[in-house]
Design a protein around this ligand. Sequence first.
Ligand SMILES: [Zn+2]
Length: 500
Amino acid sequence: MLLDHFRVFAEKHGLPAESQFGRILPRVSAAAAGERPEARFRARPFTQAPASCSVAPAAAARIASIGMQAGRLGFEIEAGEPLAANGMAEELCRRARSRGLDLGIDARTGGFIFRAARPRPPAIGRHGTARKAAPPAPPLDRLLPMREVGRRVRRLADLPHLSAWQAGASWQGRGIWALEAVLAGGGGLVSLARARLLKPTLLMNARHHANEVSSTSAALRLAWELAATPWGREALKRVNVAIVPLENADGVATLEELLPGCADHKLHAARYNALGVEWYGDYFLEPPRFPEARVKPLLWRRWLPLLILDAHGVPSHEWDQPFSGYAPGRFRQFWIPRAFVYAIVPFIEEPSHAGHGPARQISRAMDRAISADRDIQKLDRELKDRYVRYARAWEPEVFPPTGGRGLTVLPSEKRLAGLNFGVQRFPVTVSEIVTEVTDEVVSGRLLELCARAHLTAAKALLEWLGRQAGGKLARRQIPHGGICLEWKAGKKYSGLRTEG
Ligand SMILES: [Zn+2]
């Protein structure tokens, strides 16, 4: 309703159609008898994105020398004239020190000096017997507060084959985590380049919309299963997995502010970011308007994933009632859920596209996995029947068909296709699948089923990825000395690439 209100407000005042109205927390309270309810908006123009949205000029800095200083590895880095002159050098040092990095300015050259930490003796039992107690499986049936998500991410990183790092920050400065599951070699070290080249990767992105709550639980459980179960260990022999468990940190902060007092509301006000803006269009902007839009593209560049899973949700309850004055026209087809779970798969209705074959295989794999879960099946059938009976049967032009008995698979909507990595980055990424479950601010048993549906789809995608032939590293002697290392793409994988 707010979105529509602002659209009308913008039209009335001649504002550009893309005008946004910031972080608005609607609170409803009963007015005293006889008083007219009123609302006041104070608008401030949004002029520029924070510095973190732009690429830092230091990206062009060069390492001038490397040496040992009192047992520590020291790097001399050229700062460049403009950087030293405009005070950005001090700012960069301050930011680096706040992250625990020893970075200073060399008074003699004006460049940076970075001193690495002293080497520590190898941690006994990091992958052996004296390891810390393994973290328990993250729960699926309860909404995890953001602080708990951070704690769990750090604990998960204690597991072998799993690492966690802060891949970015939100508009309001909250950290955004990445978890990476890669089979470590005997020494515990991982060569990212090698892992990326030799095995296909799944990138899972969770919680783009903060009120679609189940994907964070599914993402954490997936990370845990990969590192702590025999299934996960087996899967990691064939695939890598990168996970963003909570992408929209500012949106989740808004959600947590609104939740007390309206725990059964679907809280669309907490759907977008701190400025109330939908920002998936920013993934392909340089610079994006919001720093949170940097994380997913950063992980895409780091891993070049063959598949991406973007886990979303739709309302499950508190359906908008037509004729009640509360029926947002733009989301009419979401009046009641069309199914409990469905997947949006690009190219599924484009037989001539090179991505059509993989799209069909992926859809079948997810359908098989979801159909094997009887609880999910039961609820899915129930919601589909209800949808057909009360919505589709009456207004088929508004309510699109469901997918029959199995998993409902839909093509990407035209307006969203341009924002899909599977479409924009094909054939490096052959598909970005969106899973939808009825999870807008749900709890208990329903939350568990929603998270389980995302998790089941993710595991099915991993099984499919695991069947794709990995690359091979070929060694070749070069005449007159030397060795040439060459990566050769796997057969199915290379087939996909040439078709595109
Ligand atoms: Zn969503």
